[in-house]
Design a protein around this ligand. Structure first.
Ligand SMILES: NC(=O)c1ccc[n+]([C@@H]2O[C@H](COP(=O)([O-])OP(=O)(O)OC[C@H]3O[C@@H](n4cnc5c(N)ncnc54)[C@H](O)[C@@H]3O)[C@@H](O)[C@H]2O)c1
Length: 384
């Protein structure tokens, strides 16, 4: 079939296998050209490995460090005239490329929250003949279901309504939005889905099966962002989940420290991913940020952030952290000069001037590329 993008709100319901493969190939090339990392992981487990930050870390582990990898994700295979999800094709491309380079690994398509998926991953670690020395937890899930109960993660403010500017990325229309605050059960559900409970459960399960290597490092990801996004992010439902994640990092750290390991929360840069495009206000902020960071020569994508993370985790010195023990990959984004310029543009932006003040096209291009569209060298009229 010939596959075209079909965009519904903030998602694209189709994905292009050849385009996804090309995107993965480009990221692999970037990781390989960065060269081997001394003392990098030997066997990495990546939970949420099929797109965004998780895929970038898996690529970095396998292709910059030569590590074996076990990747866990929850994706849909193609069925009839429905394409698979982008993450399904990304994983297929990763598997082909790593096999081609003789790098061993296993990809598991299953719900990470379930004990059986954890058991499957542990079995894969064992059959790869080792223990994991890196565990990346990069899940961005809309929901969690256990024993017939479902919790849905929501992106809402806490306490009072949020009012602020937002953009319709497809039309470029800038408008004011108002989002009602979350109820307590919505807050609790978001913490249940996006907090640290499952990260801790993974580490405990790995520990019980004795597959954590000495010196095992584990990292999960968070975001803070500037004041203008705090009501919807840092102080909102997702921020509550990230606080929980941070508390679990302490517990995981206490578990790993006796074996010479460490656990971190890494605060990453705002980037276009399937998860971030679902958050109101964030697309406007990201398109302004992209313009300012690209003009300043400071823009990074997920692969560049993963490279920096690995450089910090496996550098000669202990990874520098902030007062809360977090790694800060958002340092360039949060630079005072960058934020001052984003703020100036934020105040001025309208539907009329957004093309000049923001990198809306860059946002749209990155969004389409998430689903394998808009890549050079891919024949989008071909029957695939
Ligand atoms: N994108 C950003 O701007 C940004 C910035 C800082 C931190 N983060 C954080 O990084 C992490 C990853 O986010 P992303 O933006 O890379 O997301 P993403 O949407 O690109 O990837 C999410 C991954 O989670 C997997 N997943 C979802 N539900 C699952 C389930 N039930 N079982 C197994 N796998 C499942 C998906 O298959 C996919 O591999 C999140 O914790 C997010 O909050 C994102």
């Amino acid at each position: 079939m010939v596959i075209k993008p079909r965009i519904r709100g903030f998602i694209c319901t189709t994905a292009h296998p050849a385009g996804c493969a090309e995107r993965v190939r480009l990221d692999v090339e970037t990781a390989e050209s960065a060269g081997g990392i001394r003392g990098g992981p030997g066997l990495a487990l990546v939970i949420g490995a099929s797109s965004g930050y998780g895929l970038a870390c898996r690529i970095q582990a396998a292709f910059a460090c030569g590590a074996k990898t076990v990747g866990v994700s929850f994706e849909r295979a193609p069925l009839g005239d429905r394409t698979g999800t982008a993450g399904f094709y990304n994983t297929a491309a990763f598997d082909r490329m790593s096999k081609g380079r003789g790098i061993a690994g296993a990809s598991i398509n299953g719900d990470a929250f379930l004990p059986e998926t954890k058991a499957q991953a542990i079995q894969a670690v064992k059959s790869l003949g080792g223990k994991v020395d890196l565990v990346i937890y990069s899940l961005a899930a809309p929901r969690r279901t256990e024993n017939g109960v479902t919790w849905n993660s929501v992106i809402k403010p806490v306490g009072s309504p949020f009012r602020g500017k937002s953009v319709d990325v497809q039309t470029g229309q800038v408008s004011e939005v108002e989002i009602a605050p979350a109820t307590q059960s919505e807050i609790d559900a978001t913490v249940k889905v996006m907090g640290g409970e499952d990260w801790l459960a993974w580490i405990r399960a790995l520990d019980e099966e004795d597959v954590l290597a000495e010196n095992c490092v584990s990292a999960a990801f968070s975001y803070i962002g500037p004041e203008k996004t705090h009501a919807i992010y840092k102080n909102g439902t997702i921020g509550k989940a990230k606080e929980h994640l941070q508390n679990c990092a302490r517990e995981i750290n206490a578990l790993l420290t006796p074996m010479g390991g460490r656990a971190f929360v890494s605060v990453n840069k705002a980037l276009v991913t399937q998860a971030s495009s679902a958050i109101p206000v964030v697309p406007l902020y990201i398109s302004l940020l992209y313009r300012v960071m690209k003009d300043a020569g400071l823009h990074e994508d997920c692969q560049a952030q993963a490279a920096r993370l690995f450089g910090l985790l496996y550098g000669d010195r202990a990874a520098p952290t902030d007062a809360q023990g977090r790694i800060r990959l958002d340092d360039w984004e949060m630079r005072q000069d960058i934020q001052a310029e984003v703020e100036r543009r934020w105040q001025a932006v309208t539907s009329e001037n957004i093309a000049r003040l923001a990198d809306l096209q860059g946002y749209r291009d990155d969004f389409l590329r998430l689903f394998g569209f808009g890549l050079d060298g891919v024949d989008y009229d071909a029957d695939v």
